[in-house]
Write a protein that binds this ligand. Structure first.
Ligand code: LHQ
Length: 264
């Protein structure tokens, strides 16, 4: 499928989805939101895809909702149902990323604002260029953090810092984001894609099905008491124990050789 607002490139088990409205810092309009849902759906169906990179073209990662398209609709007294918009676009997209049984890495090449920052947080791993920055821009335009920000941000950086960022809309640097635990790594700007491609390449050779079970177990445990999390771990382990890759991992260990995982 050809996309208007995304680049979709597959190589050696790694799918790179690039948000591609660089003049607008990759702000998300309806087309992009629909295409992102489609792209992640395709990533789920395609067995060749074993790791996904989400990044942005140009100097921004994603500036959140395209505010010009919102203003257009409100112009002349029109109305836009923000709740319905979220329920139809961002919410299913965030769930689709969380539920994708494959690792998703955000390669944050520039500013990630509003729902753009939520998108970064929905990914499993986050690597940022030195010049990248992050802001909970919502309050600056009189809006509440959405697209999972209220759920993700306090979990990643704690209540005190999450509340500060949400109430002030302050922009933080990649280094501050790293110090606070929002992201996994900061790299020089010109090394970002090389670094992320290497990481994604390693993950594309991992026991993919099991990675899906790990994601499920983490998200389940995030909101459940210990006894339920233990029970869920046991369920996931039962599934992992039945995978071909687990058997291969066992054999490779005993035969003192590197495993070859096929994601099955
Ligand atoms: C933009 C945008 C943008 C359009 C930069 N839209 N054009 C969900 C549901 C329902 C309703 C509403 O919202 C949501 C979720 C949300 O995401 S709400 C939050 C929306 N995002 C923002 O409020 C961030 C707005 N952008 C900014 O504050 C700045 O652009 C940041 C801080 C991201 C970057 O600043 P600069 O590096 O100084 O760049 P810039 O402001 O000059 O932007 C470059 C161009 O991109 C510019 O266009 P132009 O034609 O003048 O060159 C901007 O208008 C455009 N752009 N963000 N969200």
């Amino acid at each position: 499928m050809a996309y208007e607002t995304l680049l979709y490139a597959k190589e050696d088990g790694v799918l790179t989805i690039t948000l591609n409205r660089p003049d607008k810092l990759n702000a998300a309009n309806d087309t992009m939101l629909n295409e992102l849902q489609e792209a992640f759906k395709q990533a789920g169906r395609d067995e060749e895809v074993r790791a996904v990179i989400l990044t942005g073209a140009g100097r921004g990662f994603c500036a959140g909702q395209d505010l010009a398209s919102v203003e257009e609709r409100l112009h002349g007294g029109g109305r836009m149902d923000y709740g319905a918009h979220l329920r139809h676009t961002y919410n299913p997209l965030i769930l689709r990323i969380r539920r994708l049984p494959k690792p998703v890495i955000a390669a944050v090449n520039g500013v990630a604002a509003g729902a753009g920052m939520s998108l970064v947080m929905a990914c499993d791993l986050r690597v940022a260029a030195e010049s990248a920055s992050f802001l909970q821009a919502f309050v600056r335009v009189g809006l509440v953090p959405d697209s999972g920000s209220t759920w993700m941000l306090p979990r990643l950086i704690g209540m005190a810092r999450a509340t500060e960022l949400m109430l002030t809309g302050r922009r933080i640097s990649a280094q501050e984001a790293l110090d606070w635990g929002l992201i996994n790594k900061v790299v020089p700007d010109n090394a970002l894609m090389e670094e992320v491609n290497t990481l994604a390449g390693e993950l594309a050779k991992a026991p993919t099905k099991v990675i899906g079970y790990i994601k499920r177990a983490l998200d389940f445990a995030a909101t459940r008491p210990l006894d339920e999390a233990l029970e869920y771990e046991a369920d996931m382990q039962e599934l992992a124990g039945r995978t071909e890759d687990h058997l291969e991992g066992l054999r490779a260990f005993l035969e003192k050789r590197p495993p070859t995982y096929r994601g099955r």
